[in-house]
Design a protein around this ligand. Structure first.
Ligand SMILES: Nc1ncnc2c1ncn2[C@@H]1O[C@H](COP(=O)(O)OP(=O)(O)OP(=O)(O)O)[C@@H](O)[C@H]1O
Ligand SMILES: [Mg+2]
Length: 350
């Protein structure tokens, strides 16, 4: 094959594509030796000269990639890696008994993502300060409600409520950009699930009492999970808050947990409230998406809660889905990983 040169008449289409692809391509034989390295690879990674015929571990300076090229593996592996100033997305699959790695340069994309994240974080941070000041002054005025006539009191109450909403919106945006930047330290420890759920109930209790909603936990007091406390606190705090927010007066919100295969734990947050049309189930996890904008706004929602929940689930290796029918209620199901899953997930980057 005339890799890198002009296409020749007897070159197959595959050979021409491999030679001229902007993506790096490495192939190994069934006995695990390097059979193909296209020119793009050399622009992306410092490969040892004369690599053809050698074992990946002898020629490729990234252990993770060399290991993924082992013919003993069969699964599809995807990860990103930093090579000098470049960010590479690597995908390795099995092909004809050997392995095939495709390396894509995603540096520009990663930089644009970083800029976007920093911009959102900076703007949120800057806007939070004046919003805090407005909320603070409104609160001071509300401390002496007798000093105001009815109309003024109403206006100051609205100013206060909306300033608080702005603050929680900026906090959510800051939280999301921190998770995106992987600044959030995820220490995994043994946790008592019941205490996490009770904390979530405590946060929602005032609202639940107002609406006469019963909070019921069916989680056994000895139920332990291995996960990150802050992440789980946030996940179940948000799900319980939603379950209360999107339920009629006199409803019930319950949480139950069960053991699944491989040490996994399924936790379900169940309400008998408004429910969500099945066609919208995927959309509610998007940033800023609210099903019924009027009702969600009246309930003080910005549509970031479930986006944060989904992102945090991803960080702790959990999956989340929803079963719900309009008018019947909803079940949000979080499947926490077992020990075997946890070894594979959490930090895809080396
Ligand atoms: N348990 C539920 N029952 C019915 N609808 C729900 C439930 N949970 C979420 N939703 C719908 O999904 C939308 C998105 O939820 P999400 O938590 O992301 O945002 P929010 O509650 O509107 O605002 P935020 O959580 O940021 O304060 C909500 O606006 C609501 O329409
Ligand atoms: Mg919410």
């Amino acid at each position: 094959m005339s890799l890198g040169g002009q296409p020749e008449a007897d070159d197959s289409l595959a050979e021409v594509l491999i030679a001229h692809s902007p993506n790096g391509i490495i192939m190994t034989t069934p006995d695990g030796r390097i059979a193909v390295i296209n020119p793009a690879v050399h622009t992306l990674l410092p490969i040892v000269p004369g690599a053809i015929g050698r074992l990946p571990i002898q020629a490729i300076p990234v252990d993770r990639l060399a290991e993924a090229l082992s013919p003993k593996l069969d699964e599809e592996i995807e990860f990103s890696l930093q090579s000098g100033h470049r960010t590479l997305l690597v995908k390795v699959v099995s092909l004809q008994g050997g392995r095939l790695a495709i390396l894509q340069d995603v540096t520009l994309f990663a930089q644009a993502e970083n800029h976007r994240r920093e911009f959102v974080a900076n703007v949120s941070h800057e806007l939070r300060t004046p919003a805090t000041s407005i909320a603070g002054y409104a609160e001071t005025l509300l401390d002496e409600p007798g000093d105001m006539d009815g109309f003024t009191l109403e206006m100051v109450t609205v100013i206060h409520r909306n300033a608080q909403r702005l603050i929680s919106l900026f906090d959510d945006l800051l939280h999301l950009s921190r998770i995106d930047a992987k600044e959030v330290e995820l220490e995994i420890t043994g946790l008592n699930l019941q205490s996490v759920i009770h904390e979530a109930f405590d946060k929602g209790r005032a609202r639940a009492d107002e609406k006469k909603i019963l909070l019921q936990s069916y989680v056994d007091e000895r139920f332990m999970v291995q996960s990150n406390r802050d992440a789980l606190g946030h996940i179940f705090g948000n799900l319980v808050e939603n379950a209360i927010k999107y339920s009629q007066e006199g409803g019930m919100v319950s949480v139950r947990a069960s053991n699944r295969d491989g040490g996994r734990v399924l936790v379900e947050v169940i309400d008998v409230g408004y429910g969500i049309d099945p066609s919208l189930h995927a959309r509610i996890f998007e940033r800023f998406y609210r099903v019924d904008k009027g009702r969600a706004r009246a309930a003080g929602g910005t549509g970031l809660g479930l986006a944060i929940v989904k992102r945090l689930c991803h960080e702790v290796g959990a999956s989340i889905d929803v079963k719900s029918k309009l008018g019947k209620g909803s079940i949000f199901r979080v499947l926490l990983p077992g020990a075997g899953d946890r070894a594979k997930v959490i930090r895809p980057n080396p």
